[in-house]
Design a protein around this ligand. Structure first.
Ligand code: F6P
Length: 371
């Protein structure tokens, strides 16, 4: 019988973390009379002296609009050792954390995380601590769920940025490149590109040719549009090329992507002669208040996670499916990154409204009468 739930926020922050915390605490206390212990700084708070705090309904007042996570997520990467490109889970670290969970009387965990943190959570479930995951990441790249919380807010921010870039691009007859997040996937780039009226969307799922991007800019000039807007996911790369990184990472941290936007701006200016600029949206996509949709989704996820745990489910993740919340195996959710399907309606719609993906064979998707 579960009496005390441990609550962990792992990985990069995403708008809506605090809304999930609030829903977990309210549901756990009012529906089941449980204790909820917040674990600080992700799984790190379970090591050494441990850093935890009891969360009561009064502690979660006013949290719906608050960005970040009140529990912190300063992950030092001690639960995953990235040895020569591989990933190893250091046994002694997990055993220390599990012993501390027992000492704290925590008999179930709700873990808010993306693929990395949920991968750590799976290990605890295997060690006998029941775990329910909550899908968090602005990248929306977790499998088995239609949406992760935080994504739609990031999308709003990227779309507003594109709106703003339109007016400055048009005033100066420039090419503006917006680099958005999306490590392995183009969800933010694709959705914001359509919503924000981009001319070119570059995403990891469709390797691009710089010439094809330049052709699109030139085609717009012929059709009397002297400016162009390009949105590039940080993980996008040229056909036969490589991803751009800010650093190479180390044993405890994954390499950090970044730089594709500047590269594209530079190359487009070189090829077309048009003045080009790049804006890297970066962590503005993650910080600040969640939008209404993410508050609602986060609340729904948090409440359903507690019910799932109390039904005796474990090793599962709450997920959005056809407007309902279901649970799916955690191992399935983290097995593969959810990429954008190239035959999806959204890709076809983007092409229908004249958006180019800069694919080397892009011309085949568009007739000559583009004007
Ligand atoms: O996973 C979300 C994400 O926003 C990625 O798109 C990005 O590459 C990464 O986090 C950056 O995280 P941080 O700067 O915290 O290492």
């Amino acid at each position: 019988m579960i009496k005390t739930i441990g609550l962990i926020t792992g990985g990069g922050d995403a708008p809506g973390l605090n809304a999930v915390i609030r829903a977990v605490v309210k549901t756990a206390v009012s529906e089941y009379g449980l204790r909820v212990v917040g674990i600080e700084d992700s799984f790190e708070g379970l090591l050494g002296q441990t850093r935890t705090r009891l969360l009561e309904p009064a502690d979660v007042r006013g949290l719906l609009p608050r960005g970040g996570t009140i529990l912190g997520t300063r992950n030092r990467g001690r639960f995953v050792d990235r040895l020569e490109g591989g990933e190893e889970k250091p046994r002694e670290v997990y055993e220390e954390a599990a012993a501390n969970l027992r000492r704290l009387g925590i008999d179930g965990l709700v873990v808010l995380g993306g693929e990395g943190s949920l991968g750590i959570a799976v290990e605890f479930d295997r060690m006998g601590v029941p775990v329910i995951g909550v899908p968090k990441t602005i990248d929306n790249d977790l499998a088995c769920t239609e949406l992760t919380f935080g994504f739609v807010t990031a999308l709003d921010i990227a779309t507003e940025a594109l709106d703003r870039l339109h007016t400055t691009a048009a005033s100066h007859d420039r090419v503006m490149v917006l680099e958005v997040m999306g490590r392995h996937t183009g969800w933010i780039a694709l959705h914001s590109g359509i919503a924000g009226g981009a001319d070119v969307i570059l995403m990891p799922e469709i390797p691009f040719s710089m010439q094809s991007v330049a052709d699109k800019v030139a085609e717009r000039e012929r059709c009397d549009s002297q400016f162009s807007i390009i949105v590039a996911a940080e993980g996008a790369c040229e056909a036969g090329g490589r991803e751009f990184y800010q650093d190479t990472g180390d044993r405890q941290h994954a390499p950090r992507l970044g730089g594709i936007g500047n590269h594209v701006a530079h190359e487009i200016e070189r090829i077309t002669g048009k003045e080009s600029r790049c804006v890297v949206l970066g962590h503005l996509q993650r910080g600040g208040t969640p939008n209404a949709f993410d508050r609602m989704l986060a609340t729904n996820y948090g409440s359903c996670a507690v019910h799932a745990l109390m039904r005796g489910e474990h090793g599962r993740m709450v997920a959005l499916h056809a407007a309902d919340i279901i649970t799916v195996p955690l191992t399935k959710a983290i097995a593969n990154v959810k990429t954008v399907a190239l035959d999806s309606q959204l890709i076809r719609t983007a092409r229908d409204v004249g958006i180019s993906f800069g694919a080397p064979d892009e011309a085949r998707y568009h007739g000559q009468e583009a004007c």
